[in-house]
Ligand binder design. Sequence first.
Ligand SMILES: C[S@@+](CC[C@H](N)C(=O)[O-])C[C@H]1O[C@@H](n2cnc3c(N)ncnc32)[C@H](O)[C@@H]1O
Length: 240
Amino acid sequence: MSKKTTTRQKALRPTTRRITAQVFHALDYATLGSIYCDYGGLAFWQDRKGPCQQTGLNLATVLKARLPRAGRSLYVGAGVAELPPLIMETTELDRAVAAYTLRTLEAETLNAACQEIPFRIQAGNARRARGTFDHVWMVSVLNDPDCYPETSALSYGRANPVTFNALAFSRERAKILRLTDGCLQKLASPGLVTTSVEEIPWVTDWCRKRRVFFHVEKHDHATALVGDPICFIHVRRGEQ
Ligand SMILES: C[S@@+](CC[C@H](N)C(=O)[O-])C[C@H]1O[C@@H](n2cnc3c(N)ncnc32)[C@H](O)[C@@H]1O
């Protein structure tokens, strides 16, 4: 089920770096702190703002080498970490993006800092996105401790066999399978999935069940917020 892919990396344009710096400067870190942390949110962002911006730009660079111009991307669970790739896609590659988070305040806060940029992050379920996409970005979503606590414990190796709630996990798994299917069925062929290493099993399970060929790139890439490494999965329907 594997197909080799080669990529040639090109530096980001200075405009992308400039816009990203402006957006990171304009973000309301007090509000973001209350969304991302139970306490100590401002200190968290003082520490993470710089690494998040730099790592985001690194990811935008590797993503740029893998995407065609003028396609469409679906971002599931878009947050601060996703801003550099979103900026790169829209300003450098003339791509359309549909970006979703379930957190209304997060969408409002991000959009307030992105007023000059041609995209809006929508508050709502990414499954409701319309049309097809040649790229789906879904990073640290299917193991989100807020949405899927038992799955998160299992995915990160924190599950306690004494207290693990198998019934709750079973319900979460059914929800995750619906979300994975609802998003990946919008993927064009050939298509690209950007996801965390922890979420690979959900994506490859979806591909196997639908007899879709996939290739998981061997190399993964660091992130600065959740900390899950990111990888790229190339998918193609109906040919070896
Ligand atoms: C742990 S956060 C990760 C955010 C970001 N991707 C990052 O790596 O920093 C998970 C996010 O996924 C979002 N999410 C979960 N299910 C979603 C869905 N069905 N549609 C859109 N967003 C979703 C949540 O709202 C949350 O913002």
